[in-house]
Design a protein. Sequence first.
Length: 367
Amino acid sequence: MKITDVRAHQIRIPYDAGVASFRQGASAITALDMVIVEVTTDAGLTGWGDAFAYVCPRTTRSAVEEMIAPQARGLEVPDAAGIPAVMEQIQRNLHLFGRYGITMFAISGLDIALWDLAAKIKGVPVHRLLGETRRPAIPAYASLLRIGTPDNIASECKKALALGYGAIKLHETTAPAVYAAREAIGPGIPLMVDMNCPLSGEQAIAFAGTCRDAQPMFLEEPVWPPEDFAALAEVRSKGGLGVAAGENACTEYQFRQMMNAGAVSHAQPSVIKVGGITEFLKVAALADRLGVKIVPHSPYFGPGLLATLHLLAGRDDGFVEMFYLKREACLWGGRADVDATGHVAVPTGLGLGYEPDRGVMERYRVA
């Protein structure tokens, strides 16, 4: 079976985040940008992937069309055992463009689609290809966007718990915000704080000390630049709190540098950025050997979310991240949403488990 084509579908689905906001510089973001990768074969089977595209969808789309598609057309579709070699060769072929950023976003989209195809050919869900299934549903945490006002933070946290979520993540950078959330949710609910790289190492250590009594599970990316692993390690050793990072890291190699530096208690590979399922599996195996917890970065709603669920199905712990917002439409007909118990069911259909709603794709397609 050979690959006949690779297409990149640029999709933009508006959302409502209420009192919260998501900004890129001075610009407010009010829609989910996705680049969905469609890999077709001469046997009529289709695989679906997902390439990271927040605020850069045209760039990611171009990378898939101009860099990935020529590499993939005409290839024999590999089985699960053969995917790593195929993807390594493509990384080698494209190393001129770097193994980070847009290049790896596009590579991630192809990799996920190949795993979808491999599982469909085998007649099983992706998680069955990955090993033993340990969990049929994954606990979700509500990933709140930036809110700022402590009263509004407390209110949104309470609303999320009422919907069934059993853990909360803030995107905040002040101690009053952290304490407002902790007071609202009580002492037994896991609380995470995503800072998005605003501080120096010394500032982050001071911030950790200020927030310690609120007992966040971790501070996520507290330090600029995010690849300053020595500074992150110092924050972890002196701040008294867990440290998480990795959403901006690509390939197992960069995670190895991070973990060997002692930079993180929690590693956060993003399947649509790190290099797909193949690289995610390498990162998870490395983390398990070194005693680092895996908490994936997954605030997206395309095939990358489904891939994350399959990856977590084989692990005993780890939350799935869900952006706390209301989408105007869903590619999966609501089947990958959080249920009343705060869990998301692992798909049991072939491949990634669900086929995207082409009607939704057409309605929200960006030409």
